[in-house]
Design a protein around this ligand. Structure first.
Ligand code: GDP
Length: 305
């Protein structure tokens, strides 16, 4: 995903090698290159501006003495600033003191929510948890079936408003996603599942009615975590979409999906900074196991590799 950005940054740093001391002009030229590389990678303009200013200021203050030469020090600064815009420390799931931990998924249609539900359930199950999936995406005719398939693959039960699914017993009518979500959480509590993952509907674009629905679901189930799933390939739209979900539903963490794609990666580098919410997981493919905890430092390391 970050190949092009990575190459550009490496080339920029190469120009600094062997210098005893960096002049202000050297630093400005370097920062200009970094800024261009980030903009070309689709990183949001305000994020780039802040990033470039922080790198410039710190690079100007670099002392010649010390174990690292000036070029290495600039790389170190860029690395630290990358970790910073990616959210700083790794953040893991907040589990409820009294189970079940309620996790709600939100995001645009096609973002990868349903796929993520399966991956998350699978990972939690492997850690000894007993997750159940709740199908509160009643917008797409196929969504409930798709979640059931995902649940079966992950080896976890699904709670859905359709007959024929394991554990599907709800009074909520098919068109009542808030009711399904609420009943799903009650079901998890009653059956002593310690984690409940609620999948919700999304549209192709940000949509007021669905945003209200997601917000209503949130109010009804008081989730411990609301994970906003975003397709890392959506480029500059990432910021508007993330901001709309932040205002419309609010979320506690971000999941970047499709990080295996060959997009330029700007979404990944913008979302945490713009929303102030940590990126918690990365989805890297269609398989159940293509899923990892997101580590800002490792991602920064990968970019600067
Ligand atoms: P939802 O509408 O948000 O529930 O999105 P889905 O989970 O149905 O995903 C939409 C499409 O993207 C499906 O074809 C998934 O197989 C695919 N998909 C989801 N996550 C990833 C990922 O991390 N990498 C790739 N390559 N494809 C993904």
């Amino acid at each position: 995903m970050f190949n092009s950005l990575s190459d550009r940054l490496t080339a920029t740093f190469k120009n600094l090698r062997g210098r005893g001391r960096l002049s202000e002009a050297d630093i400005d030229a370097t920062v200009r290159e970094i800024r261009r590389a980030l903009l070309d990678a689709d990183v949001a303009v305000p994020v780039v501006r802040e990033f470039a200013a922080a790198v410039r200021e710190r690079a100007l203050g670099v002392e010649v003495s010390g174990a690292l030469n000036p070029a290495q020090q600039v790389v170190k600064i860029v690395n630290e600033e990358l970790v910073e815009i990616l959210g700083g420390a790794t953040r893991t799931l907040q589990l409820a003191k009294v189970p079940p931990t309620v996790i709600m998924l939100a995001g645009l249609q096609g973002a990868g929510k349903t796929t993520l539900a399966g991956k998350l359930a699978h990972a939690l199950k492997q850690q000894g948890h007993t997750p159940v999936l709740v199908a509160a995406d009643l917008q797409r005719p196929n969504a409930v079936t798709q979640l059931s398939v995902v649940a079966e693959r992950a080896g976890v039960p699904v709670f859905a408003p359709h007959p024929g699914n394991q554990g599907a017993e709800t009074d909520a009518v098919i068109g009542d996603p808030v009711g399904v979500a609420r009943d799903g959480v009650a079901y998890a509590r009653e059956k002593q599942h310690d984690v409940v993952i609620v999948d919700t509907a999304g549209r192709l674009g940000v949509d007021a009615v669905l945003m209200q629905q997601a917000s209503d679901i949130r109010s009804a189930i008081s989730p411990d975590e609301v994970l906003f799933v975003i397709d890392a390939m959506i480029g500059q739209d990432a910021v508007n979409t993330a901001t709309a979900f932040l205002e419309g539903v609010d979320f506690t963490g971000v999941v970047l999906s499709k990080l295996d794609g060959d997009a330029r990666g700007g979404a990944a580098l913008s979302v945490a900074k713009v929303t102030g919410r940590p990126i918690m997981f990365a989805s890297t493919g269609e398989k159940l196991t293509d899923f990892e905890v997101f580590h800002p430092d490792r991602m920064a390391g990968r970019i600067l590799d």
